[in-house]
Design a protein around this ligand. Structure first.
Ligand code: GTB
Length: 217
């Protein structure tokens, strides 16, 4: 059964692959699964029809027969558990890879998003300039530890896994901040992820959504 995911009809990132459907697309490409994409205009995201799939009215969602999932961590785990290629067979290695999935989403992504959001929502507030360095230091703190742990390794724990897939997509949200460039091993890690053929296919597909929408404007 071909799953269907949802994505922005017009992503605010203009096809940079920063919206979270990218990680689901990449996971599906890694395991070689065909999928359909339903594009959502912003006007429909909080409507009852979409909220029936996603209680918070967000993208992405994942539909496979009568299974409906939201939350990218859960969706990527579901794909990884049901298809070879994203989790090791060894039970302990598998548990460690899943631990890295949680680390990406629960420990590394929150300070990155917390630093990014005021730039959209609070830039004109009097506290913005004072708060930004504090938020930036929180990100650096995580990157210091992550860079130390990764060291010279290619991936976080042996072979590439769903943990790396999520971590790379999380780190990509630092694009344009200059922070990732302070950590050559993390920059190289993200570049390794981006060089994977499955990543390239996923990126091209989400970029095509943006270019097609722009051409029809
Ligand atoms: N925890 C959820 C998950 O992992 O699935 C978070 C889902 C989420 O934040 N979805 C966002 C959304 O639907 C899109 S990805 N937002 C609309 C809303 O909440 O009403 C976040 C995102 C959006 C845009 C960019 N960008 O333009 O760079 C980057 C990331």
């Amino acid at each position: 059964m071909i799953p269907t995911i949802t994505a922005f009809e017009r992503s605010p990132d203009r096809g940079q692959g920063l919206a979270r459907d990218m990680r689901v697309r990449w996971a599906l490409e890694e395991v070689g699964l065909l999928y359909d994409v339903r594009l959502l205009p912003f006007s429909q995201m909080k409507e009852p029809a979409h909220r029936a799939l996603h209680p918070f009215g967000q993208i992405p969602t994942y539909e496979e027969g009568d299974l409906i999932l939201f939350e990218t961590g859960s969706i990527v785990l579901h794909i990884a558990e049901n298809h070879a290629g994203l989790l090791p067979a060894d039970r302990n290695a598998r548990a460690r890879a899943i631990t890295w999935m949680f680390a990406a989403l629960n420990t590394v992504e929150p300070p990155i998003v917390e630093r990014e959001m005021p730039g959209y929502l609070e830039r004109n507030k009097p506290w913005y300039e004072e708060r930004l360095p504090i938020l930036t230091d929180r990100v650096r703190h995580r990157l210091d530890d992550l860079a130390g742990r990764l060291g010279d390794a290619d991936w976080l724990d042996g072979a590439f896994s769903a943990g790396d897939l999520l971590m790379v997509t999380v780190l990509r949200r630092l694009d344009g901040s200059g922070l990732l460039e302070e950590y050559p091993n993390l920059s190289a890690y993200v570049a390794r992820g981006e060089a994977r053929p499955a990543y390239e296919r996923a990126f091209a597909d989400q970029l095509a959504v943006f270019t097609t929408a722009s051409a029809g404007r």
